[in-house]
Design a protein around this ligand. Structure first.
Ligand code: ZN
Length: 248
């Protein structure tokens, strides 16, 4: 079984379409979605429609999905994220809204090998930035490979049998493969499809291969200027457009 792993798409249709085109060459069998389908970008309905059509075998909701669906308030959001959330709520079709409302809270067990969550298996809204949070998240994960998103930063964390943590960032690599060792547990963030924040503006995604016990992180270019123009034309906060070119 080979899974295409998508996280933090954030209403960026151009990035999602580039990822789906590139990923087709990897011949995946099923799709996993780690949350934040919407928020920030200008195409919430089209993005959710694409995801629905892919029929993910497992998905979890993100904090932006919760706010857009009216399941949480935007009080923890910064002013730009809040403005985008309000814009998104107004833009959502009934079909999109229903889909977002039904997204489950993580973590979710996918199979014998993989578990998925948005922030952390400890808390769906936790940002795993610090090593201590990565270590605690791996410790509670119920599978060898825990896939997470939320920070928009691609990374691969590994904890060995002696509880030693190692974090690798695939900085700048278009392709970064990790073959999982038998006696270690892993916490892997594929990076963000629609709003990368690790300094690499290319759209990020991953392929998790259960038979090979491998996960590969990929980056692909997309027409950033098209997504930017849509954000500006929609009246969303302009920095949300500019940051796409910087990958920040
Ligand atoms: Zn996000």
């Amino acid at each position: 079984m080979r899974y295409l792993v998508l996280s933090d798409i954030h209403s960026n249709l151009e990035a999602l379409d580039a990822v789906l085109r590139a990923a087709a060459a990897h011949k995946y069998d099923a799709v996993l979605v780690l949350g934040d389908l919407v928020g920030y970008g200008a195409d919430p309905n089209a993005v959710v429609e694409r995801i629905r059509a892919l029929k993910p075998v497992a998905s979890v909701r993100g904090n932006h999905d919760k706010v857009a669906a009216g399941l949480d308030t935007a009080e923890d959001f910064n002013p730009m994220a809040r403005a985008a959330a309000t814009w998104t709520q107004d833009a959502l079709s009934k079909t999109t809204l229903d889909y977002l409302r039904e997204l489950p809270e993580g973590p979710t067990i996918v199979d014998d090998f993989i578990e998925i969550c948005h922030g952390s298996p400890l808390d769906e809204d936790l940002y795993v930035v610090a090593d201590i949070d990565a270590a605690r998240s791996i410790a509670v994960s119920q599978r060898r490979l825990c896939l997470f998103g939320h920070t928009h930063v691609a990374l691969c964390g590994r904890m060995d049998a002696q509880n030693r943590l190692e974090i690798e960032a695939p900085q700048g690599h278009p392709e970064f493969e990790t073959v999982l060792e038998d006696d270690a547990k892993y916490l892997v963030n594929p990076g963000s499809v629609g709003q990368p924040r690790d300094g690499d503006p290319r759209a990020a995604y991953a392929i998790a291969d259960v038979a090979r016990h491998a996960v590969t992180l990929y980056r692909v270019t997309y027409p950033i200027e098209v997504a930017q123009k849509k954000i500006l034309d929609a009246g969303l906060p302009p920095p949300l457009a500019y940051r796409l070119a910087m990958g920040r």
